[in-house]
Ligand binder design. Structure first.
Ligand SMILES: [Fe+2]
Length: 463
């Protein structure tokens, strides 16, 4: 393994060498973990509704195991869909747009495109494609995000300082890795395809997460521009036709978390039983009109509505409206993917932090739902606009489910090590790729974060 890794470390882009990419392959991909995939075995494709989506990737039952060619084609087809969507989202951006890092939490678009490529190179190609040569030996250092097990990495907050490699070189990197993955899939035998399937599926989902971040991050960058650009001039705010009022969840014991077929992250497991309700949960998302009322009533200036940390953050940063709102000639406007637009009173409020959502709920004499209440209500079809507009803050801390244990190895770093000091958001936003949402999905951010497409719905424990 060591000698092959060294050989793979030869650069093809011609810059001086440094230690090769596969720093600890034996540890990351040791044999026992091949027999026991780190994430629950995949069951079916989940992104598109194509005919390929009906083909299980690594079903265990003998009768349902697809021919190797079916699995091969399904993986290759999904790989092209996911990789193509990233480039489609990047297409409106100039090379200059792709360099900017507007704050430490955001990353340059170019970095997202390269990091998702590194993920396939590091976890799929290097351990499994015998004659693979890494595109560049320094890219593992530049484009590893937080995988300590995968080796040292460039400082997150300094990603925007990387003018080189340029966007065109990142495109070449993507093509190099795309071609190698296609070659790997075309030549792998059935046993290797079975090992590759769960890794590929994590790679697909990982890249989809970065597709959303690419939009939230470029929106934040564009929002710093006094002459705010439009990512998509034809973009319009999502409208809602949600029902008014609250749905009632009677007290009951429900199974929550992911069980059964379909891709899911480890943080959605183990499925377990939880006591939920009685509670009433709003069918609709909170709108801009309601938020304007909160602002007009002094919501941002009333400390008794706020958690202490939240009020301190709001004061320190001068919050008087949601993120991306600007006052122009006395009127509030919102920086959107379509540029600076008037506030649409009917649209759900967006770019609010947990602190703001919590204060708003208190102002209304209500609460944020717990993530269990949200999941049970969503599964029962009791709430509208659960997916596709804004992620919805819950009052649940991001913590492991009972019995959760992060998998060993580098991919075990994906979720588990972040289970402290953050809050869970449920649903999906307008930027979430199609097929990347489900009732058990647990998104998580720090309570002051508000550059995501994040909103809220209310819950009440009053009759
Ligand atoms: Fe990542």
């Amino acid at each position: 393994m060591t000698s092959r890794a060294g050989e793979r470390g030869k650069p093809v882009a011609g810059l001086p060498s440094r230690p090769p990419v596969p720093y600890r392959l034996k540890r990351i991909f040791r044999e026992p973990t091949r027999r026991q995939p780190r994430f629950p075995p995949n069951r079916s494709l989940w992104v598109t509704k194509s005919a390929l989506a009906e083909t299980p990737l690594n079903a265990k039952a003998e009768a349902s195991v697809p021919a190797a060619s079916d699995r091969r084609h399904a993986l290759a087809a999904m790989f092209r869909v996911v990789r193509g969507e990233t480039e489609r989202r990047a297409a409106p951006l100039t090379p200059e747009d792709q360099v900017v890092q507007s704050m430490p939490d955001a990353s340059p678009a170019k970095w997202h495109r390269a990091h998702t490529t590194w993920f396939f190179e590091q976890f799929v190609l290097v351990p499994h494609l015998e004659d693979y040569r890494v595109f560049h030996p320094d890219y593992a250092y530049l484009f590893n995000s937080y995988y300590v097990s995968a080796g040292p990495r460039h400082a997150r907050a300094a990603r925007g300082l990387l003018t080189r490699p340029g966007a065109a070189e990142v495109t070449a990197y993507r093509r190099h890795v795309d071609a190698a993955v296609e070659r790997l899939l075309a030549t792998a035998d059935e046993a290797l395809l079975e090992r590759l399937a769960p890794l590929m599926e994590v790679g697909f989902n990982h890249e989809q997460q970065h597709q959303e971040l690419m939009l939230t991050d470029i929106l934040h960058a564009f929002g710093q521009n006094p002459i705010p650009p439009a990512y998509d001039p034809a973009w319009a705010p999502p409208r809602t036709t949600a029902s008014a009022g609250f749905a009632t969840l009677a007290e009951g014991i429900h199974t929550v978390g992911h069980a059964g077929a379909g891709f899911h992250y480890d943080n959605e497991t183990p499925a377990h039983r939880a006591l939920v309700g009685p509670v009433r949960i709003a069918r609709a998302l909170v709108t801009n009109a309601e938020w304007l009322d909160f602002m007009a009533d002094g919501g941002y200036a009333t400390p008794t509505l706020w958690l202490m940390d939240g009020f301190a953050r709001a004061s320190d940063e001068g919050w008087e409206a949601p993120g991306h709102w600007r006052k122009v000639d006395g009127e509030w406007r919102i920086m959107t993917l379509g540029g600076l637009q008037p506030v649409d009173p009917a649209a759900p409020v967006c770019h609010v932090s947990y602190y703001e959502a919590d204060a708003f709920a208190r102002w209304r004499g209500a609460h944020l739902p717990t993530e269990m209440e949200w999941e049970v209500a969503a599964r029962a079809g009791l709430i509208d606009d659960a997916f596709g507009i804004v992620w919805q803050w819950t009052r649940s801390a991001y913590a492991p489910y009972p019995g959760y244990r992060a998998a060993p190895g580098a991919l075990g770093e994906y979720n588990g090590k972040f289970m402290v000091n953050q809050y869970v958001l449920r649903g999906a936003s307008l930027a979430t790729p199609e097929g990347h949402s489900r009732t058990t999905y647990r998104n998580f951010f720090y309570p002051h974060h508000r550059w995501q497409f994040s909103g809220l719905r209310l819950a009440s424990y009053d009759d």
